[in-house]
Design a protein around this ligand. Sequence first.
Ligand SMILES: Cc1ncc(COP(=O)(O)O)c(C=O)c1O
Length: 389
Amino acid sequence: MRYSPFTDRIAGKGVAAWDIHHAAVVAEREGRDVIVLSIGDPDFATPAAITEAAVQALHAGDTHYAEIPGRPALRQALATRYAELWQRPMAAENVCTAVGAQNALFATSMCLLQPGDEVIVLEPMYVTYEATIQASGATLVRVPCPAANGFRLDPHAVNAAITPRTRAIFLANPNNPTGVVLDASEVQALAELAIAHDLWIIEDQVYESLTYDTAHLSLAAVPGMAERCVVVASLSKSHAMTGWRVGWVIAEPGLIGHIETLMLCMTYGLPGFLQTAALAALDCHDQVTTQMRAVYRRRRDLVIASLGDCPHLSVLKPDAGMFVLVDVRRTGLSSLDFAWRLFRETGVAVLDAEAFGAPAAGFVRLSFTLGDDKLTEACRRIRGFVEGL
Ligand SMILES: Cc1ncc(COP(=O)(O)O)c(C=O)c1O
């Protein structure tokens, strides 16, 4: 028996990146003393009002098929939020709900790309992008955002990577793992390239509300981008709702129609009681995200303060998100060896950031999704590990 070549295309290196995390989860389940900083899953409980909205919807019998792109009220609520953020008209027809941002990214890729297309990705990039893009048959063209440049993009390098086959630029803004948020000139430069070369931009904004020191600027807000910018986001990070799998795509109505057709074949839409919870989440959006942002900012600063003066390490302060990149090159270990030895010798699980692309080789990614005490202890163990090398 044989499988389709599709299975090869979705088996990227990113899949193996999670090995250390899976080992840590197993160790934790066995009751071993581990601190899992290898995944971006907030430790907060989902705010009670949101959970309550879902429970009430279930009790009220909201257990049947729901509209595939999402119910009008939810689509409209999302359209209203983005109309305010981007200062341009938006309607329910610009929105399709999805089973988390990942499902939204996959559906977007399948509806926009085909074999022979080239897609520019800015590395480091989120680990699922490789498989998500390759699933469509398109080819990734990797443009490095070098560590020496603070992992910021070089618009000239993006320009140089564009060929007649280029169809899209795929990026996360804010970025995971680097926490870089595009500044106004970077947003403008990418928008100009997209318009000049008639490209789609797929902008993954799952960390949009966790931006600390700078304002988040979306490519979708730039004049001329409405018809070519596809924004993907979710409640996973903003509302500590990773397990609820509520996400969406914001795009021009033609693409939304195609994504709806694909969702019909893949998910048959987001369950109705989750849509009710999503509406409740949007209702308290600013209140919830303001609180979360404050806690994450404090934790970020705690990690920076705890590891900032650790010999042989350099810690990068992220502008956004829930991750810190730590440069381990001066320890003499590769980032993969560092991560595995740290885990085996101290129980602290971090990810080798090279899994996110070659520019992040020599860095490990720590998530600050645990409380202050655990983070402090994790930093203490990391310091002890490095000092003992
Ligand atoms: C950049 C980025 N995009 C997408 C996702 C997936 O988000 P969701 O849980 O909404 O599918 C993640 C999760 O970590 C992420 O970091």
